[in-house]
Design a protein around this ligand. Structure first.
Ligand code: PMP
Length: 464
């Protein structure tokens, strides 16, 4: 840290040299980026000393909260002893072995793991692994992977192609061939007037339609986030995943759960797929494995795929310099130890998650709020212009998208000490799993306060 530079000077350097992810860098330069300088527990502090409750756990990753000296100590010890060695060329390191074994212990039916440096690289690995598996099994034609519109699977070429963000596809000619998309199980968008569980089955049937359109003999896998995160915390009806599983098994298609957000306790279970009641063949992970303290990702390989590629597959021509990075693995082991020792998964399932859910349900009385919902430690609501509307509608009248009401609300949150994310007019949170009950209440108080400020603002603008 260079304390001799002022915030303005740092912002000028940032604007001149740093192209930010998912950012209009020119627009940001005119305004100046907020510089976060320290953090403790669930609180981040900017350079001007404002304390902000981090309702998003950074980018859905700081599961154990900030300021855990055990993780810094684990990194320091490992860096002093062996800062780096690779896992190519018949070598390995102790932390990567121990982490692989620990992850297998936490994941019944998944004896093996492939390490990457991020979730995106994990999904690139998935694409190659699925195709390699089917090739080893003598069915190389099964190369197509089906995903969903509005899914997020990363920013690398394969990750963004597997993802269903059309605005990402438009930049750079994506998706790559061999990837198909179906609609997401979002009741508000597609389920009007339908019973939610019946809608879940309908949304799953779109997978069967797509498989039949492509020919089952050409389809290798279906990939989905148990609960879509970046797409706006889309919690599918309970019927959805069990039906997806039935369809995939019927046509012998692999199921890939992208657990980058949902893994490591976010939904009140070690893996989101456990909470949603299905058994995938592969699981991508990242974020919560180190609580974001060090970059690490990977793919949990279920025994069906693992045994085939290890027994029959020969060399898997794939790997990253940082696959099994010893410092990342040492930090992950210390992080998993905290999650287990403090019983965070169970606390989210039984105590703090239900409290968040109840608090979100209570926001339904707010004049701006429609469809508040929560599961474990993810939650979302829609900012609505009006409640009610036609019987075959979503039960509210939306704002015109071009007004950007979500961004207005996000700004009120920032200005009032709360990080809440806007996805269109859906406001979402994914708080650190270490939250106490009082901290959940504080989060809910701040959300209501910021919704009140947003409501005053949109009324003053004449938008409702
Ligand atoms: N998959 C999901 C479900 C994600 O949410 C993300 C990141 N938000 C990724 C993949 C990509 O992970 P990374 O940013 O570590 O590459």
């Amino acid at each position: 840290m260079n304390a001799s530079l002022s915030t303005r000077e740092l912002q000028a350097l940032d604007s001149a040299h740093f192209i930010h992810p998912f950012t209009d860098t020119k627009a940001l330069a005119a305004k100046g980026a907020r510089i976060i300088s320290k953090a403790e527990g669930i609180w981040i502090t900017d350079r001007e000393g404002h304390r902000i409750l981090d309702g998003m756990s950074g980018l859905w990753c700081v599961n154990v909260g900030y300021g855990r000296t055990e993780l810094a100590d684990a990194a320091h010890r490992q860096m002093a002893e062996l800062p780096y060695y690779n896992s190519f060329f018949q070598t390995t390191t102790e932390p990567s072995i121990l982490l692989a074994a620990k992850l297998a212990e936490l994941s019944p039916g998944f004896s093996r793991v492939f390490f990457s440096g991020s979730g995106s690289e994990g999904n690139d690995t998935v694409l190659r692994l699925v195709r390699h598996y089917w090739s080893v099994m003598g069915q190389p034609k099964r190369s197509t992977i089906i995903s969903r519109w509005n899914a997020y699977h990363g920013s690398t070429v394969a990750g963004a192609s597997l993802g269903g963000m059309k605005y990402m596809h438009e930049q750079g000619g994506l998706p790559i061939p061999g990837i198909a998309h179906i609609d997401q199980p979002y009741w508000v968008e597609h389920g009007h007037g339908m019973d939610r569980e019946a809608f879940g089955k309908l949304a799953a049937s779109w997978l069967e339609d797509k498989i039949l359109e492509l020919g089952p003999e050409n389809v290798g896998a279906f990939i989905g986030e148990p609960v879509q995160g970046a797409g706006g915390v889309i919690i599918p009806p309970a019927s959805y995943w069990t039906e997806i599983e039935r369809i995939c098994r019927k046509y012998d298609i692999l199921i890939v759960a992208d657990e980058v957000i949902c893994g490591f306790g976010r939904l009140g279970s070690w893996w989101g797929s456990q909470r949603m009641g299905f058994k995938p063949d592969l699981m991508t992970f990242a974020k919560g494995v180190t609580s974001g303290y060090f970059p690490l990702g990977g793919v949990m390989v279920g025994d069906r795929v693992g045994e085939a590629i290890v027994e029959k597959g020969g060399e898997f021509e794939h790997g990253y310099t940082y696959s099994g990075h010893p410092v990342a693995c040492a930090v992950a082991l210390a992080n998993l130890d905290i999650i287990e020792r403090e019983g965070l998964v169970q606390r989210v399932a039984e105590v703090t998650g239900p409290r968040l859910r109840k608090g979100f349900a209570a926001l339904a009385d707010h004049p701006l709020v429609a469809e508040p919902e929560a599961l474990g430690f993810v939650a979302g609501l829609v900012l609505a212009k009006e409640k009610g509307g036609p019987a075959d509608g979503p039960g509210f009248v939306p704002f015109a998208p071009e007004l950007g009401v979500g961004m207005v609300c996000r700004q009120h949150c920032f200005d009032n000490g709360l990080v809440m994310r806007a996805v269109g007019d859906r406001m979402i949170v994914a708080p650190p799993l270490c939250m106490t009950e009082d901290e959940v209440d504080e989060l809910l108080r701040r959300i209501r306060y910021c919704l009140d400020r947003t409501y005053e603002d949109v009324r003053a603008r004449g938008w409702c």
